[in-house]
Design a protein around this ligand. Sequence first.
Ligand code: AMP
Ligand code: MG
Length: 317
Amino acid sequence: MQHLGTDLARAASVLRSGGLVGMPTETVYGLAANALDEVAVARIFDAKNRPHFDPLIVHLADWNDVDRVAADVPAEARALWAALGPAALTYVLPKRPEVPDLVTSGLDSVAVRIPQLELARQLIASAGVPVAAPSANPFGFVSPTTAQHVADQLADQVDYILDGGPCSVGVESTIVSWPEGRAVVLRLGGIPVEVLADVLGYVPEVQRSSSQPSAPGMLESHYAPGKPVVLVPQGFDWATAPRSPEVRLLAWSLGSHGLEALTTSGSCRQGAQRLFAALREFAASDEQVLWMELAPEEGLGRAINDRLRRAAHRAEG
Ligand code: AMP
Ligand code: MG
């Protein structure tokens, strides 16, 4: 496809002129626009069919730019930045009035991230503007972890897709907020809670997902492959699973069960990298149901399980 490539200058110029760019990051590919251009931001919501109550993350090239969008930065946020630098970590901070309400869904806070992937920071720096970017997929569906995934789902809506190769982390950023002084994790993600706890000196509370729009982005059903997913616990006895051409079985790691597995040796890093591609493969297959084994409930495994539970969630009634 003509508008997928590695032309950084072209991608930056699209952003500057109010267009949409498929942006590589270490977490997932973003659908990026100039965060200060309301018309451009509106195009993101249209392209994704994303509800307006779901605010966007603003991506910056450097922590020095944080004052352009945030009115205040808590000492703990500075400490996390000092310890972790550019990372799969998003900081929710009091916003400056220059950030359009459309970006923050009318909240008085703004979510800010400095991505670890150097190509992403180069793109943002060369565009010279803060960049709003949700994952580059239709709302509610599986997130993209390659440039081709973006092309498959949003080719007609993006002006250019910058190919930065497959995402090294593979799940979205961890989101941390300071509603009443202490840090609260709003979404599990690429930076494990244990890593935050090491820096903060305490274990931050993790907020539960909800179907209430008042808790944006924490919807119970998300990352959906469009067909049923059955989750089984770690160490599941696969001999008891149904065997049929209709059912896809995906174990956590390779083993004596002889089944396909998400990881070769049980590494959560590898599991996160492969997660969304595996859900996409199932979505595109003829199989009707996916039986999938959960990750260990620790570290990055918690973010993997969070995505799997939401991929498997079906509205009741
Ligand atoms: P994504 O869909 O990966 O772009 O993630 C965006 C998510 O970040 C939203 O769905 C919210 O959960 C969260 N978020 C963004 N801005 C804010 C904010 N100002 N306050 C709380 N959460 C936010
Ligand atoms: Mg998303």
